[in-house]
Design a protein around this ligand. Structure first.
Ligand SMILES: C[S@@+](CC[C@H](N)C(=O)[O-])C[C@H]1O[C@@H](n2cnc3c(N)ncnc32)[C@H](O)[C@@H]1O
Length: 356
């Protein structure tokens, strides 16, 4: 088996179930799982080839610590079982095995401790990067991944190289940025996605499915307001001497927000999957109901903190976290309308393994 342990850097979500944990601060991601439930059911009905398997294998890639992964898996199982029931005698319903994948540093203990008691599947943890091989050949019927594939395997090298035109001085992302930085991130994403698709092409059963909830941003001018605001917090702290300018220059968030057209090109270039669905979900479907600016800002700060606290701690140290995220919350509240109008959209994608 190819070694998948060294193909990707690791930045797991905040583990445990404390107040800053991912488990307690991932409601926004759950809204997306709920919003795509019906699309997923339709995809299983229309696109899944049901055969009399003894065991049906499902893998959730980038599962984190729960609970959202359990909701995703439940949704898939419900839809698959319904299809078996409606197409043949119930004696033909197979057993289910579910693989929960994430980086080795993910808090799998919290995940396993919170596995649903009454689950109707056998659960397995699979550590390693989804940009490498994780499973035996032709062994998984349905792959699923939600809110995970915007994480790159690494920060593009030239973004951190002072002698490169893509050096990202004073900024933490390609958002709102010069062309060269964007191109460096774009190239890294294309490379990572090719690795992802190549590995999945080997691991998916004949005519198996990949279902993805991806985060995207419109083109041509790419603006990720959350990261622009976070960047301005770092600069403000550097201005006050709390952190050095050099540490800001050398910090970049390894995430990329694809466009539907770009994804199409990547999948077609890979050639192993047909695109069965590629839909942009309307913003109102993936947003919480109406709330005050301060409630939105508070939720935005705790969601982002649970996701990238580890990354920031590694680079700047733990001491800055509380001040950084309270400043971030304050700035989001001040710029609430631009923040609200420029959030990434969600792409619902269904790919089917071609028969070649
Ligand atoms: C925002 S969480 C999403 C968790 C869950 N799917 C949900 O919907 O709540 C993204 C997860 O992807 C994982 N991840 C990112 N890059 C990965 C990689 N290359 N291989 C495996 N997991 C990865 C992170 O560690 C993190 O747990």
């Amino acid at each position: 088996m190819e070694d998948s342990s060294n193909v990707s850097e690791e930045y797991p979500m905040k583990g445990g179930d404390g107040p800053n944990s991912y488990a307690k601060n991932s409601i926004q991601q759950k809204v997306v799982v709920d919003a795509t439930k019906e699309l997923l059911r339709k995809a299983m009905k229309e696109k899944l080839d049901l055969e009399p398997f003894n065991t049906f294998h499902i893998a959730d890639l980038g599962c984190s610590v729960g609970p959202n992964t359990f909701f995703s898996v439940e949704n898939i199982l419900e839809a698959v079982i319904f299809e078996y029931q409606s197409r043949g005698p119930s004696s033909e319903i197979p057993e289910f095995q579910v693989f929960f994948n994430d980086h080795t540093l993910n808090d799998f203990n919290t995940l396993f401790k919170s596995l649903p008691q009454n689950r109707n599947y056998h659960a397995v943890g699979v550590p390693g990067s989804f940009y490498g091989r994780l499973f035996p050949k032709a062994s998984v019927n349905v792959f699923h991944s939600s809110f995970a594939l915007h994480w790159l395997s690494r920060v593009p090298k030239n973004v951190m190289d002072k002698s490169s035109r893509a050096w990202n001085k004073g900024r933490i992302h390609y958002s709102n940025n010069q062309d060269e930085v964007f191109k460096a991130y774009q190239a890294q994403y294309a490379e990572d996605m090719e690795c992802f698709l190549r590995a999945r092409a080997l691991e998916t059963v004949h005519r198996g499915l990949i279902v993805l909830n991806l985060l995207g941003l419109p083109r041509p001018f790419v603006e990720m307001v959350a990261f622009d605001i976070l960047g301005s917090c770092f600069l403000e702290m550097a201005g006050k001497g709390v952190i050095s300018e050099e540490t800001v220059d050398s910090f970049n968030i390894p995430s990329y927000f694809v466009s539907p057209q770009e994804l199409e090109v990547i999948v077609e270039r890979n050639g192993c999957f047909s695109i069965e669905r590629l839909e942009t979900l309307p913003q109102h479907v993936v947003k919480h109901g109406a709330r005050s600016a301060s409630a939105i800002a508070k939720a935005a700060a705790s969601t982002l903190r649970a996701a990238i606290e580890g990354l920031i701690k590694q680079h700047f140290g733990e001491e800055i976290l509380d001040d950084l995220f309270s400043l971030y919350q304050q700035k989001i509240e001040e710029q609430i309308s631009i923040y609200e109008s420029k959030t990434p959209f969600v792409l619902f994608v269904v790919l089917k393994r071609k028969t070649n």
